[in-house]
Design a protein around this ligand. Structure first.
Ligand SMILES: [Fe+2]
Length: 251
């Protein structure tokens, strides 16, 4: 009897082992198939294919007939997001704002942003926006004035929380610009040179209200969240004259 039971057990064991092996084989085959399909998908999507290679860009690709090509700039930002695994939501591109500030060197000086919220009402205001800088791209030096065309708005106070990549956040203080920061000739002189190195998880607040500030992205670019009380384009002033004129003209 025992022998019979053992035999049945053995048979059962052999059958289970066979099922497990078959399942493993199927899983392996499925994985191979998934990879094959993944490869096929990659071939049709240039961003997907190079998502783990630091994206690099040439300035010429952002200009068509001498004009800034916003669509190309937005595609570059999406490539940056995919590289960092930042969630590119369905209407991401429609919500994205990009600018070369009229300087004509988007890879050197520029910005991309999505304004998430910019609200104010009696006694209260808040703002949240996402900022995107390509590798080694400079957010030009600027500051925020009171009043201007937005007489009732508060003077902007702000801070930056880095999510992906690295930013050098520059403001007032002892000059300490590291050698990896090369202020582009296309921007011209800067008046503040105190850098805070900000990696993911770092929050850097603005110095004194109205103080000059700018940023410079690390070699993998940077994606960060900016929080503020309220943002008014009319109250922004840029150190670079072309940037200043372009920005205010766009209001
Ligand atoms: Fe600012």
């Amino acid at each position: 009897m025992n022998e019979t039971i053992l035999t049945r057990r053995n048979l059962l064991g052999t059958a289970v082992a066979g099922i497990v092996a078959a399942a493993a084989g199927t899983a392996e085959a499925q994985e191979r198939q998934r990879r094959r399909e993944g490869g096929a998908r990659s071939q049709g999507d240039p961003f997907e294919r190079r998502e783990r290679i630091v994206p690099s860009f040439g300035n010429a690709q952002f200009y068509k007939d001498g004009k800034f090509d916003e669509n190309a700039a937005k595609d570059a930002v999406i490539a940056l997001c995919r590289y960092h695994r930042y969630p590119v939501f369905p209407d991401f591109k429609e919500k994205l704002w990009v600018s070369d500030y009229g300087i004509g060197k988007f890879t050197e000086v520029g910005l991309a942003a999505i304004m998430v919220a910019n609200n104010r009402r009696e006694g209260s205001s808040y703002m949240l926006q996402e900022l995107f800088l390509l590798p080694n791209q400079m957010l030009p030096e600027h500051w925020h004035v009171k009043g201007g065309a937005d007489k009732d708005g508060p003077q902007k106070d702000e801070g930056w929380f880095v999510r992906y990549g690295r930013s050098y956040v520059i403001g007032e203080g002892e000059p300490n610009l590291p050698p990896e920061i090369a202020v582009p000739a296309s921007h011209g002189d800067v008046t503040v040179k105190h850098a805070v190195v900000a990696d993911p998880g770092t929050f850097v607040p603005l110095g004194p209200l109205g103080s000059h500030h700018w940023q410079f992205a690390g070699k993998e670019g940077v994606i960060l969240s900016e929080v503020a009380n309220y943002h008014s384009n009319a109250c922004v002033r840029h150190q670079n004259k072309t940037a200043n004129d372009t920005f205010l003209k766009g209001i």
